[in-house]
Design a protein around this ligand. Structure first.
Ligand SMILES: C[S@@+](CC[C@H](N)C(=O)[O-])C[C@H]1O[C@@H](n2cnc3c(N)ncnc32)[C@H](O)[C@@H]1O
Length: 227
């Protein structure tokens, strides 16, 4: 508990570096027993923000302080279908809060690596793993991530410039699972649609209804590194 308390203080400080009035609140989720995440307070101020706060948020958005709808839908799916990850090594690409990777660990993955290019997100993933009582390793650069059985990408394709991450991830994993509410067609024939679900981002950002519909696709790795 002492370990989590110091990690919690650290990520709260990281959040307040951009949003001085925000707090982190322990949050639990229907359909995800055991999953606990420290997320931004649901009544956080959305605007109007002072211009220097707005600039800080845009420069360093705390995506990790939210559990995105795609991550939540994927977490529920993995917990309902543990055979997807039980006994397997799992790489959570764009881990944010760590939601998908922590759910994989709760579903019985043998090892989980959270990968994010935002150092604050890695600190949050580590803290939330402790809060949820699971082990997680960290990786800050996907190009240096180890080969694994299953790679997860939840709500990482919001930025179309991230599409090349799909191909890179396929060289690192035997199976790649993508969950996304913003992309309707992946445009890669190697991916098959395996699941659809409804889930809202927590805390609720008041997003358009269409972003509550999450699609989950699966592809086999291309095997360049997967051996
Ligand atoms: C919208 S958040 C989703 C977080 C989490 N998967 C979820 O569903 O709640 C996207 C995350 O992807 C991370 N990300 C974006 N581009 C990345 C890249 N090239 N490599 C690793 N992480 C990246 C961001 O830092 C952010 O934490």
């Amino acid at each position: 508990m002492q370990q989590f308390n110091s990690q919690f203080a650290d990520i709260q400080e990281r959040l307040r570096a951009t949003l001085p009035d925000a707090s982190l609140v322990e949050t639990q989720f229907n359909g995800c027993p055991g999953l606990r995440l420290a997320l931004i307070n649901p009544d956080f101020q959305t605007g109007p923000l002072p211009s220097q706060v707005m600039h800080a948020v845009i420069a360093n958005p705390a995506y990790w302080a939210f559990c995105w709808g795609s991550g939540l839908a994927l977490a529920r799916y993995l917990i309902a279908e543990p055979g997807l990850v039980t006994g397997k090594t799992v790489l959570d690409v764009g881990s944010g809060s760590g939601v998908a990777g922590i759910a994989a660990a709760l579903a019985g993955a043998s090892e989980v690596i959270a990968c994010d290019n935002d150092a604050d997100a890695l600190a949050a993933s580590a803290a939330n793993a402790v809060l949820s009582g699971v082990d997680l390793s960290l990786c800050s650069d996907l190009a240096r991530a180890p080969v694994c059985d299953v790679a997860l990408l939840a709500d990482v394709l919001y930025d179309r410039s991230n599409l090349p991450l799909l191909e890179l991830t396929r060289t690192l994993a035997r199976v790649v699972i993508v969950a996304d509410s913003r992309v309707k067609v992946l445009g890669d024939p190697g991916f098959e649609l395996i699941h659809e679900a409804t889930a809202l981002t927590e805390p609720n950002l008041g997003e358009f209804d269409e972003f509550a519909n999450v699609r989950v696709w699966r592809a086999t790795g291309t095997g360049n590194n997967a051996g």
